[in-house]
Design a binder for this molecule. Sequence first.
Ligand code: DC
Length: 236
Amino acid sequence: MPNSNLGKLVVAIDGPAGAGKSTVAQKVADALGCLYLDTGAMYRAVTWLALQNNLDIEDVDAIVDLVNRTEIVIKPKDETSGGRVRVYVNGTEITRDIRMPEVSAFVSPVSTIAGVRKTLLEQQRKIATTGGAVLEGRDIGTAVLPNADVKIYLTASPDVRTHRRINDLAQLGQVLDYDSVLQDIKRRDEIDSTRKVDPLRKADDAIEVNTDHLSIEQVVEKILEICRKHLGIAVD
Ligand code: DC
């Protein structure tokens, strides 16, 4: 029996690159009947724009100025968006552009910039307060939504994450070799978890779910079970 309170839950899903967050978070939001926000897509949109404007990645002031003048709109995925949300900056669609290797290479350094994080965090909080929501990223449970009803920290081994990322990119027509994807994942883990502002870490009250030996459906069901338990809905 569906419970309408499930759709009002605020759920934070964090974890390293390739742990399966996007696919899982989208399915959890669909099952709960609430909004889904891929916050990584917002950091990718800023990075794409900085590259597009030929900004020096070290030029923090210029990038912060840019993000403050930019409107980022995230719309739900559909049949032709490659399984990902649709992303627009200042009215231009960049859904596929933000998954390109150049953007992946620069997104972690750009997301270390405090001014970028401040602006995006405010936008993410605003989106989450419109009702129930599933937000996915690196700092949702620790910084963006410290009072989220349910916090999940998804993990998987670097090897499993590398294989998943290769498959994801293949769906977008990009063919990459194992070693370069593994190196990129390790480099991003390092930058994301050691940056000064809101680094990637498990919130004290988050529930860790290791996805190495679980299918997407099993991970989704585990999270839905945690949501039901939070509301005191009987689980058999
Ligand atoms: O989930 P993703 O791989 O698309 O995220 C891209 C980058 O964005 C990731 O390397 C770190 C950054 N990010 C972040 O710093 N904070 C978030 N809440 C989401 C993503």
